[in-house]
Design a protein around this ligand. Structure first.
Ligand SMILES: [Zn+2]
Length: 262
């Protein structure tokens, strides 16, 4: 079966609002937003995951924790599962981490109907919408699908170490929903770019740039050449884009052939 991925583009700072009677949802959103959970904050991320997982547990979900394939990623991926009559899953993909490491101040709007601040929309709002959507689904006697909720710990940095698992959820899902905020005008996003990040390190050989440059091999020069080639891979018409985000190399001496660059 063809699985349709629905991703909803996110904004870092987003007004978030529910319908008219949404006191519980907003209270819960406030509770989640109050927990600082930048991607590197393993404890904070875990605390958000546990909070949502316990809510799902109350709805009869079984909770699993998947370890990352990458040693440096200490956070786990929380997966909540509830089997239905239909073995196929509706899979909700969410995440507990936020872009900003430190808790950014959030505030209520004047009419007290909205919370405004970082992480409110992306993706604490997504978590709340997921939870309350599931509550509604479970109240519907006609709903027979199994449900799976993924609470990723590091979506903002590319879900490192969880690629295999994320891919496998397509095998038994009738539908996978990325529970991210909509576009500014409210429209749903049906596709989203993937991302790969590379860290390139170049080792050269230092030498005196004035008296014996021929003894050196410049890592900086080599990196510059590579960057030019890498940028040639941009395919704007296809939406494949490349960004060299940070460059570092050499020492603070202009007369030394650059020994290393990254
Ligand atoms: Zn997000």
């Amino acid at each position: 079966m063809k699985v349709r991925l629905v991703f909803i583009v996110y904004f870092l700072f987003l007004n978030f609002s529910f319908g008219s009677d949404s006191t519980n949802e907003l209270k819960y959103l406030e509770e989640l937003v109050s927990i600082s959970s930048g991607t590197q904050d393993v404890e904070g991320v875990s605390s958000v995951q546990k909070n949502v997982a316990s809510q799902l547990q109350n709805l009869g979900f079984e909770i699993l924790e998947n370890k990352s394939d990458v040693d440096t990623v200490k956070s786990t991926q929380t997966v909540a599962i509830k089997k239905g009559k239909n073995a196929k899953f509706i899979t909700f993909v969410t995440h507990a981490d936020t872009v900003f490491e430190k808790l950014n101040p959030f505030k209520w709007s004047d009419d007290k109907k909205r919370l405004v601040g970082s992480g409110v929309g992306d993706n604490k709002g997504g978590l709340v919408v997921t939870l309350y959507t599931i509550k509604n689904l479970l109240e519907n006697p006609k709903f027979e699908y199994s449900i799976r909720v993924i609470i990723s710990p590091n979506e903002e940095t590319g879900s490192m170490g969880f690629r295999k698992q994320l891919k496998s959820y397509g095998d038994d899902s009738a539908l996978i929903l990325g529970m991210e905020p909509a576009l500014e005008d409210g429209s749903i996003v049906e596709a989203r770019k993937g991302v790969r990040w590379y860290h390139i390190k170049i080792a050269g050989r230092e030498a005196h740039a004035g008296t014996a440059p021929e003894n050196g091999v410049s890592a900086c020069h080599e990196l510059s050449k590579k960057i030019v080639k890498i940028l040639d891979l941009n395919e704007y018409s296809k939406g494949n884009t490349i960004n060299v985000g940070h460059v570092d190399g050499g020492k603070d001496k202009f007369n030394i052939v650059c020994g290393s660059a990254e």
